[in-house]
Design a protein around this ligand. Structure first.
Ligand code: 5HY
Length: 232
């Protein structure tokens, strides 16, 4: 099968981290490529950024459809453009928040999210609500997305916040709230002694599982191909 992981921001360095995390869990029969949106924000840290990330994301899904891609991961914790992507894609489309939250629910009673900026916490709560996931808390380490790979103290900040979250929320699983944190999951889990979910890996395995099950996005009504019309 051929899967495509799409970084909806325009920062190639993040796509490298994302690709490494996705390839680490891709099966032997899976061809996986990680691509970067050609247009839009360098990072997604607001509703404005999220809105401007969607056209570039959808262009990558449309290209994937022309190239016969079997399934997609939207590698941004806001799951931007998820429903629109499902209208374009024949195969399954999973966002990393969606994948992480469902995986977390399968290995614990409840999870806490550790994300980047305070202002993105509301979106994480909204998604947990939509997905019916047992999210008990959302915390921000206040590190801008593009500083995650520059700040040497990131792992310590995430672990400290996660420890506080587990105690305060009474949770037993941590979800990392940014694609740029994908490479922290194993080390954080070793230090915390609880499962720490990287949404890139979780969503990749979920899409792979759906394709293996022969489950493609339903085209009955809601996610049918959009009606043909002029777009200016
Ligand atoms: C992400 N922003 O995963 C989100 C993280 C966030 O550019 N990639 C981004 O803070 O929502």
């Amino acid at each position: 099968m051929h899967l495509r992981v799409i970084n909806p921001n325009t920062t190639e360095a993040m796509t490298v981290t994302i690709g490494e995390s996705a390839r680490a869990v891709a099966g032997p029969g899976t061809r996986l490529d990680a691509v970067t949106s050609a247009t839009g924000p360098a990072s997604i840290e607001s509703h404005y950024d999220e809105a401007l990330s969607v056209p570039g994301l959808l262009a990558e899904v449309a290209r994937g459809e022309r190239e016969g891609v079997d399934g997609y991961v939207i590698a941004c914790f806001g799951d931007p453009g998820l429903d629109a992507a499902r209208e374009l894609a024949a195969g399954p489309v999973v966002g990393i928040a969606e994948g992480a939250m469902h995986a977390a629910a399968l290995v614990g009673r409840g999870f806490s999210v550790v994300t980047t900026l305070d202002r993105t916490k509301g979106r994480a709560w909204e998604l947990a609500e939509r997905y019916g996931a047992p999210c008990k808390g959302v915390y921000a380490c206040d590190i801008p997305v593009l500083d995650l790979d520059k700040d040497p103290g990131v792992l310590d900040r995430v672990v400290t916040l996660a420890r506080e979250a587990l105690a305060r929320d009474g949770t037993d699983v941590i979800v990392l709230g940014c694609a740029g944190m994908a490479d922290l999951a194993a080390r954080a889990s070793a230090r915390l002694g609880v499962p720490v979910v990287d949404g890139v890996a979780a969503a990749t395995v979920l899409v792979q599982a759906l394709v293996t099950l022969g489950l493609r996005t339903s085209k009955h009504v809601e996610y049918a191909t959009p009606p043909a019309k002029e777009y200016k």
